[in-house]
Design a protein around this ligand. Sequence first.
Ligand code: NI
Length: 274
Amino acid sequence: MTYIDTHSHLYDEQFDDDRADVLQRAFAAGAGKIFLPNVNAGTIAPMLQLASAYPGRLYPMLGLHPEDLGDTWRETLQQMETLLQEQDHPYIAIGEVGLDYYWNRSKYEEQQEAFAIQVEWAVKYGLPLMIHTRDAHREMVQVLTDVRNRNRDISESRNPEIPKFSGVFHCFGGSAEEAAELLGFEDFMLGIGGVVTFKKSPLPAVLREAVPLERIVLETDAPYLAPVPHRGKRNETAYVTDVIAKLAEIYERDAQEVARITTENALKTFPKAK
Ligand code: NI
């Protein structure tokens, strides 16, 4: 069995003591590739260093996380955009970006402004998006729709293989209605991880009702959100096998098939990682 973990912060300092072992366990469990979402200016260097140590296995993204805006986000975004302008840059996606109104709404407008700028990058540089949303479904869909409508007339992306407007709604945990609305963005996938295994999660019923397996990619969000039976502990890519087992149960398919289909979905969405 081979699978892809599309969202893992393996460069995080929580892995400093045993990162090579964590990766060894991931590859042994079947992880063919692992995608690394960036969070702020300070995580770019450790992320790139890690990715370059595992060519063809680990792939970096570039973006500023909504919880990491700080006071200098405009400058940070300017610096990040210069990295995207370099020929042959290594980034396979813009991420992780989005809106998070769970803890506070103090940067309500600024989050939307920063998100819109980075969604525009996705169009301009022909890269998929890795989108984080928490308590902001309505606003997130609005920003995405606005940018898409603004760019309707752009007929060719730089790389014709890359769809102009695509990506992942990372850590999806919404209702069937919200799922249907997100799947209306036709080149986007829903990222499913440990939460689907939680005992009281409504997510299995929502997936069964509203989401075909052809629209799902696997993720950990490591070091966070470990699946049962590791819940509450540090998450790692090898634990995706527990998510695969749960999806096999939900969709009544065998685990091999879940791994194969979600791998195809991931490679379709992130063509630079082929
Ligand atoms: Ni994340």
